[in-house]
Design a protein around this ligand. Structure first.
Ligand SMILES: [Zn+2]
Length: 613
């Protein structure tokens, strides 16, 4: 990593941006940046290489389609320095940079603009003025020109500086870090709100939908209140003065990105509850889990941070071995908050947990990569998965959530229910989170074991070493016993014999998506991308046909397989495996003792709530 440029600290004249959706049909935002006191040696400018929360180099500058600079009436030359940045030639007066950004990425990570709405993250559109990152920023947000856009509004948590709430106009940010941490939605969204922890929470839904916003707000309010109670049991104060759920409803989509007082979510419109609907379908449950996940980040990663994120280097990868705490623990608490708040019932929660356990158990890569290593290599592995990823990597999300579960259950059992992982979250919140923006200190890379001991009185160094920094299997069945939950691993509905491959339809043909390491398909010489033609001389058109065929076989049986690799026909003999015992079922012990019942109630709450439909 290169040395960061020296920053001109404290106040000074604000860096000023004006952003206009100048051509919605061409998906172009126009940005005008005015720097009152540019670097006399030649001002440098750059767009971030990545957006915090999504650990992959994305090189947002590739969407800058035109750029020019001037000072007064004089044109100033801009020299491209590297793929992210420019340098203006020397000038004494104020420097104005005008540029257009192509915005046609319908995700929560970048920017999107058409005649129905506009959305942007600051990392996609606001050039960083090198050396003036700590200066205050002003942003003038303007609507597209024309009567067709007269009813557009703005949804953002950027503080207003003249703009009316939900209006176009002037906004501000204390520094560049804040400027790029409040994404902006504009258009004709549906707006609903609720109050929790002394803060107004808004939900802005963009896209065609028929959501029951009253129910949505009721359910979200319970989940948010539960999280506020976890971190601030005494004051019950939300960590922010206001919060915004920016929801983009589409036909098919799923994703979320956390920000300091908002989250951008993308979901299927069918996952939102509709009026008259009473049950809790899987899709809506999933949406609430996603919203819960991103809201939990308001504490865990937006304020409690790994030290490596205390000041982001937006031009390079920021390495930490701790994403299993910041993403894994958040993934543990997202569904846990649904059951504790009574939005889902205990059985539904066990179902979700079983799914998470099965997902982790299916990946042989968990034996090769620890969640600490997975965190460190997120940039090149978790975020850039390929056909071999299940064999090679562990997910710091999914397995990280099970490490959290294992630690939580250990603490609960050893302290007889007096302590839990919640205590560690609260200690991290008090020590780093509450006043993060004043002190900018984060959790050191090796600090967690001591912190956990301080919060709970228990030394769990050996467990952390083996579960998070090693690849030992988590002893979940044993750890779940004290709370009266029985875990069994079986073959689920995998049938009596297995090919040892994940299959998918590709161009209308049954293909191997992943050949699991050491298992039948790989031993027989089959690879990801091969399309299956026939098994024992019979055509296999889809997974159902194959399953029917395998249902008549047993482990050890040999099959003759014909497959295409590219355009070449392969013939091989495959010896069937016994399906691995990866599929988890969880159930409550029929007659738990009083201690188990007490531990369970402390862990999952009183256990009201809807069964999942
Ligand atoms: Zn997350």
């Amino acid at each position: 990593m290169s040395a960061p440029a020296k920053r001109r600290r404290g106040g000074g004249e604000p860096v000023s941006y004006r952003i206009v959706p100048v051509d919605p049909h061409a998906h172009l935002f126009e940005v005008t940046l005015t720097i009152a006191r540019p670097d006399p040696e030649g001002q440098r400018l750059a767009l971030p290489a990545w957006i915090p929360g999504s650990y992959m180099i994305r090189e947002f500058a590739r969407h800058v389609v035109s750029i020019a600079a001037r000072s007064g009436r004089r044109t100033v030359r801009l020299r491209k320095l590297d793929k992210h940045g420019w340098q203006a030639s020397r000038c004494d007066g104020p420097l104005e940079i005008r540029y257009t950004v192509y915005a046609w990425d319908l995700s929560v990570r970048a920017a999107h603009l058409d005649a129905t709405h506009g959305f942007f993250n600051g990392t996609s559109v606001f050039l960083r003025v090198i050396g003036q990152e700590d200066s205050p920023c002003e942003v003038l947000i303007e609507p597209p020109a024309g009567d067709a856009y007269a009813d557009w509004r703005v949804a953002t948590t950027l503080p207003e500086a003249g703009a009316r709430r939900h209006g176009f106009g002037r906004y501000r940010a204390a520094d560049y870090d804040e400027l790029v941490d409040h994404p902006v939605e504009m258009g004709r969204f549906t707006l609903a709100s609720f109050d929790v922890g002394g803060a107004r929470h808004e939900v802005a839904i963009t896209g065609r939908h028929d959501a029951d916003t009253a129910r949505l707000c009721r359910d979200l309010a319970r989940v948010c209140a539960e999280q506020v109670r976890l971190f601030e049991p005494r004051t019950r104060r939300a960590p922010v003065g206001r919060y915004l759920f920016q929801v983009m409803a589409v036909g098919d989509g799923y994703g979320g990105l956390e920000h300091r007082s908002s989250t951008a979510l993308i979901c299927s419109r069918n996952d939102l509850p509709w009026r008259g609907q009473r049950e809790l379908p899987e899709g809506y449950r999933g949406f609430l889990g996603l919203a819960s996940h991103e809201y939990f980040h308001t504490w865990n990663v937006k304020r409690i941070k790994p030290a490596a994120f205390a000041r982001y280097d937006l031009q390079h990868e920021n390495y930490t071995r701790l994403l299993w705490i910041f993403e894994g623990f958040t993934s543990y608490y997202d569904d846990l908050m649904l059951v504790r708040s009574g939005v889902i019932c205990r059985d539904a929660y066990l179902g979700l947990l079983a799914k998470a356990i099965s997902g982790v158990m299916r990946g042989p890569g968990r034996r090769l990569q620890s969640v600490a290593e997975s965190s460190f290599d997120a940039w090149i592995k978790y975020y850039r998965q390929d056909e071999n990823s299940p064999n090679a990597i562990a997910s710091y999300y999914a397995k990280g959530s099970l490490v959290a579960l294992a630690l939580d259950l250990t603490i609960r059992s050893r302290s007889d229910g007096r302590r839990s992982l919640d205590d560690a979250m609260r200690l991290m919140w008090r020590r780093y989170g509450r006043d993060f923006f004043e002190r900018r200190e984060g959790l050191g890379e090796d600090e967690f074991p001591r912190l956990l001991e301080e919060a709970t009185g228990l030394r769990l160094d050996a467990q952390i070493r083996s579960w998070a920094y090693g690849t030992a299997e988590l002893p979940l069945a044993r750890l779940l016993q004290p709370v009266g939950v029985q875990l069994a691993l079986g073959r689920g509905d995998q049938g009596p014999a297995s090919l040892g491959a994940k299959l998918a339809m590709r161009d209308g043909q049954l293909a191997i998506a992943t050949a699991y390491a050491g298992q039948a398909a790989q031993r027989a010489g089959l690879s990801a991308g091969d399309t299956l033609v026939a098994v024992d001389g019979l055509r296999v058109v889809d997974e159902r046909a194959l399953k029917a065929l395998l249902a008549r076989r047993k482990p050890g049986d040999r099959l003759k397989v014909h497959a295409f690799r590219r355009d070449e026909l392969l013939e091989c003999e495959l010896e069937l495996d016994a399906p691995p015992a990866t599929e988890a079922t969880l159930k409550f012990a029929p007659r738990p003792g009083a201690r188990a019942a007490r531990l369970l109630a402390r862990w999952l709450g009183p256990g009201r709530g809807k069964p999942a439909a």
